[in-house]
Design a protein around this ligand. Sequence first.
Ligand SMILES: Nc1ncnc2c1ncn2[C@@H]1O[C@H](COP(=O)(O)OP(=O)(O)OP(=O)(O)O)[C@@H](O)[C@H]1O
Ligand SMILES: O=C(O)c1ccc[n+]([C@@H]2O[C@H](COP(=O)([O-])O)[C@@H](O)[C@H]2O)c1
Length: 218
Amino acid sequence: MLGGTFDPVHLGHLRSAVELREVLGLDRVHMIPAHVPPHRAAPGVSSAERLAMLRLGIGETPGLVADDRELRRQGPSYSVDTLASLRAELGTRARLIMAVGHDAFLRLAEWRDPEGLFTQAHVVVIERPDHQAPLPATLRPLLAGREVTSVAALMAAPRGGLLRLALPTRLAISATGIRRRLAEGRSVHYLLPEAVRRHIESRDLYRGDGAAPGGETR
Ligand SMILES: Nc1ncnc2c1ncn2[C@@H]1O[C@H](COP(=O)(O)OP(=O)(O)OP(=O)(O)O)[C@@H](O)[C@H]1O
Ligand SMILES: O=C(O)c1ccc[n+]([C@@H]2O[C@H](COP(=O)([O-])O)[C@@H](O)[C@H]2O)c1
């Protein structure tokens, strides 16, 4: 599972998903847009629009799945609930992994039921060149006894481990940077899939004048 606000999805997300699949030897990577992101302000663009962009971005990429399960739940999109739903589908013995970028990981102790995340899944932390803050002390109790240093050690069990991973391709691309460029009328070519860029252009999203048609209700 690679969850995100995906506001909008970009090549940092998609390339990471492809490399996670290759490096960890995964059957699938479910990219799951948060319907109601729990720890940030509501996005200016609806979850339906963010899902549509994710579908365009994934296209026919082997092994990547645009998973809309969080859009079918009401209330904050807590990851522990999403993992429980994936775990129910997979059964107890399958390996399940929640991947998060380093920036998201820094706040993991503030998430709903952090211990419960490890009951359902492994956590893999993706290094980001644009986010390198040191780990806060609040994370230490959560890491104790869980951190492993190799893919093989992680994959030996179905859940409960934590691995920090430097993927081969590290892209300093963020949705914030893309939204900012669009609001300023600057180019976003080659930061996100061309189909997504065209969709944004045709729907006048992220223009910065508060009139984006995709923004509003969830
Ligand atoms: N360039 C990247 N490389 C690796 N992981 C990333 C990258 N961008 C985002 N992620 C991770 O993907 C997940 C979803 O990210 P999110 O949708 O919040 O994108 P973002 O670019 O961080 O957005 P924003 O700038 O709006 O916060 C998070 O775990 C995040 O850390
Ligand atoms: O479950 C939580 O409490 C929780 C708190 C903050 C973030 N998350 C999830 O972490 C993922 C990345 O979040 P974000 O805000 O970086 O897009 C996304 O799937 C969020 O739903 C989950």
